[in-house]
Design a protein around this ligand. Structure first.
Ligand code: BT5
Length: 270
């Protein structure tokens, strides 16, 4: 698909035609503007939406990162989407959906770039240390089972660094800035949904172990000194990798191996 000139809306009919009979994306809820695709997807999930329904918007007025942070969402430029999933995984494995999405994202993005992107545990996709995409996973659990998961993805496509707010210019990037040319957002969207469909299927059928080698192959922090914020507690040490379940393994400065299920990781200069 040739890229549309910037400022042009997504051709959703074309996306649907290419998607065919995927489990994910059979229903696309498309908005020119929305508060947050994750918030709307949660409302739909609460009202009984099916697994695989996707909310997608051209711009978000209240695009969210983790911990109340903001996600810059300029119109007609990038992808902002939220997938509704109803996994059969136990709640303690729900964070693995973020890891499966990270594998899908690096595979999608890698196919549009000359080199491979990297994963910063748990939810950032980087290229040369700059953020290209972020994942926001929100799960609702009840009586020991996962009721639904909303998997939100923000991916910078035709977002020129010059158009970014000053605070992002040093630490964010986009496909156009890396590839040097505008890219068809429809092509990226179709590929992303297909890759996510495949990776999510692998996770459900074979567990995270099936995806782990591909995740590890893109792991950006291996061997690096990191600081991990655990909501009130800070761990400083060396990132070793992830375990069978997807927890980050850090050897702290006291020589103790710590297994971290959720937290914010800051790479430290050595
Ligand atoms: C994330 O949070 O990286 C998750 C972002 C998820 C966004 C998607 S868009 C569709 C869906 N609907 C939503 O409302 N959200 C999801 P976190 O790790 O907390 O990173 C947030 C930080 O990334 C910010 O504090 C900025 O420093 C940076 N940031 C904000 N906008 C960015 C952008 N467009 N590109 C790169 N970095 C950005």
């Amino acid at each position: 698909m040739p890229p549309a000139p910037s400022g042009v809306a997504l051709d959703i009919a074309c996306v649907k035609a290419y998607l065919g009979a995927n489990r994910l994306g059979a229903t696309l809820h498309y908005f020119q503007e929305i508060g947050s695709t994750n918030t709307h997807a949660r409302e739909l999930a609460e009202r009984g939406a099916d697994e695989g329904e996707i909310v997608i918007a051209e711009t978000q007025t209240h695009g969210r990162g983790r911990l109340g942070r903001r996600w810059e969402s300029p119109p007609f430029t990038n992808l902002y989407l939220s997938l509704i999933l109803r996994p059969t995984l136990p709640p303690r494995h729900a964070p693995q959906i973020t890891l499966a999405a990270a594998v899908a994202l690096v595979e999608t993005v890698g196919s549009f770039l000359s080199g491979p992107p990297a994963i910063k545990w748990p939810n950032d996709i980087l290229f040369d240390g700059k953020k290209l995409a972020g994942i926001l996973t929100e799960a609702a659990c009840d009586a020991g089972r996962v009721e639904y998961v909303v998997l939100g993805i923000g991916l910078n496509i035709n977002y020129r660094i010059a158009a970014m707010p000053a605070e992002l210019r040093q630490r964010a990037t986009s496909i156009v800035d890396l590839a040097g040319t505008n890219v068809s957002r429809e092509s990226v969207l179709v590929r992303l949904i297909q890759d996510m469909d495949r990776c999510y299927g692998e996770l459900e059928e074979s567990g995270f172990e099936a995806l782990r080698p591909r995740w590890e192959a893109h792991f950006a922090l291996r061997g690096q000194r990191v600081q991990v914020e655990l909501g009130g507690q800070t761990v400083v040490g060396r990132a070793l990798g992830i375990d069978r379940e997807g927890a980050l393994i850090v050897e702290d400065d006291q020589g103790q191996r710590r297994s971290i299920v959720a937290g914010d990781v800051i790479p430290l200069e050595t």
